[in-house]
Design a protein around this ligand. Structure first.
Ligand code: HEM
Length: 439
């Protein structure tokens, strides 16, 4: 039984399964798991990858044998590492450990309560700007809001009207990571997409440099940027590394939470009876003496967020690379193998979730949570490289949903199903237009 060799789609010479993958990455990953099982071998863009969808084996990769699995630098300088350098998301080894230790305090304990105040204020401002009956692209609105929140919370700066430009630059940057052969045209080749990418990176760098310089003039403050600048002044970081960490926070710290919010509004709007339950819970909490910050403690609200991240996990796959050979779910994994653990597939597995494609927040009872195997649900990854912003993101998603849900409901303008494209994260392909209705 042990040390079997995994099977997988044959593919074609040179290209392997690249074309099928590029055509529909999410569907491809699902098909591979269905046809070849929990450990399957695929060949995309000249890279052999083992896709692992057994929760116990995922736990081995991310937790129990994590020392054997480093972060791969997929695409080298053309990949995410080229943009984020040695920032927290893409660094590894001792350097990562030092960075994580230094940055951790900015994400836990009292800091989260300070961020809650910023979240409440910024959300209130957005709510005040909406009129009954107005059409909005809810994903754009949620992205600009989460961008504003992360910049204010971690970098201590207001974007002051620059939200739209910043978001558009970030979208152009994300486009470069759209799966497909065109994504691998080296950056210096002046294709329209590469030119847009380069211009957008420069724009973002300018914005971040301005934020840093303003801070240097103002003097030290006790937030993440303050920590980074103190480390730089002690020669533990240089300006380039400060830029990398700021860029990482901009990218990792807004898009994922915005997607969670967008998909939550989408599913609520598609399921009026669940939307009613969501509103009822908010209304009765407000009848009692709940403060705004306590809204984030509501059970159904939390279940809505968890269920959205299950059905449409913003981070849809986590990659690692084996240092030495290993055995996963009885299969031999040679040294240097790239391993993909796709949330997208595991979160839709009917071994763990009844009617896996149904939006059913009610499933998240305490008993269900207790019985769910570890790593059958892992929207924030796991082990020591688990998302540093998990607590921040949950608090933010719940507060924003609660505050906006108190005042508004959102009706989808079109009945067409949402089309998704996996870039660095799973995005809606088109604007998600909704009508804002005052409750
Ligand atoms: C719903 C929202 C979010 C989701 C689904 C999410 C998902 C993830 C996942 C799956 C990882 C692990 C990647 C891996 O192991 O390769 C990760 C790491 C990370 N996330 Fe998040 N994230 C979210 C929100 C945030 C926020 C709000 C921030 C910052 C403010 C953030 C910053 C980071 C950073 C810096 C890392 C790298 C951590 C490390 O390697 O030490 N994320 N995130």
């Amino acid at each position: 039984m042990a040390n079997r060799v995994p099977s997988g789609p044959e593919g074609v010479p040179f290209l392997g399964s690249s074309l099928q993958y590029a055509d529909d990455p999410l569907g491809f990953m699902e098909r591979v798991a269905r046809e070849y099982g929990d450990v399957a071998r695929i060949d995309v863009y000249g890279q052999e990858v083992y896709q692992v969808t057994d929760p116990e084996a995922i736990r081995r990769v991310l937790v129990t044998n994590a020392v054997n699995y480093r972060k791969p630098s997929l695409g080298g300088d053309e990949g995410l590492g080229g943009l984020l350098g040695d920032g927290l998301l893409t660094s590894d080894g001792e350097q990562w450990q030092r960075q994580r230790r230094a940055m951790q305090p900015s994400f836990y304990g009292d800091k989260l309560n300070e961020y809650a105040k910023i979240i409440v204020r910024d959300t209130e401002e957005v709510a005040d700007s909406w009129r009954d009956g107005e059409h909005v692209d809810i994903h754009r609105e949620m992205s600009e809001l989460t961008l504003r929140i992360v910049v204010e919370s971690l970098l201590g700066a207001r974007l002051d009207g620059m939200e739209r430009v910043t978001r558009e630059a970030l979208l152009d940057v994300g486009e470069r990571f759209r799966p497909g052969p065109q994504g691998f045209v080296p950056e210096e080749v002046p294709t329209p997409r590469n030119l847009r990418y380069r211009r957008s990176v420069e724009k973002l760098e300018r914005i971040l440099r301005d934020i840093r310089r303003q801070r240097e003039r103002r003097g030290s403050e006790d937030d993440l940027l303050g920590t980074l600048l103190r480390l730089r002044d002690d020669d533990a970081l240089d300006d380039e590394q400060v830029r990398n960490e700021m860029m990482t926070m901009l990218l990792a710290g807004h898009d994922t939470t915005a997607l969670t919010l967008t998909y939550s509004w989408y599913f609520l709007s598609k399921h009026p009876e669940k939307e009613r339950r969501f509103h009822d819970e908010l209304d009765s909490a407000l009848d009692s003496s709940t403060t705004v910050a306590d809204l984030a403690e509501l059970d159904y609200l939390e279940a809505v967020v968890m269920e959205s991240m299950r059905l449409y996990p913003p981070a849809y796959v986590v990659y690692r690379q084996a240092e030495e050979s290993d055995t996963l779910a009885g299969f031999h994994v040679p040294a240097e193998t790239v391993v993909a653990t796709p949330q997208w597939v595991v979160h839709h597995d009917d071994r763990f979730f009844d009617d896996p494609w149904e939006f059913r927040p009610e499933r998240w009872t305490n008993e269900f949570r207790r019985e769910l195997p570890d790593f059958a649900y892992f929207p924030f990854g796991g082990g020591s490289r688990k998302c540093i912003g998990d607590g921040f993101a949950m608090r933010e998603a719940k507060l924003v949903l609660a505050m906006l849900g108190r005042r508004f409901e959102f009706d989808l303008v079109s009945d067409a199903p949402l089309e998704l494209v996996p870039l660095v994260t799973v995005h809606p392909k088109n604007p998600v237009e909704m009508t804002v209705r005052t409750r």
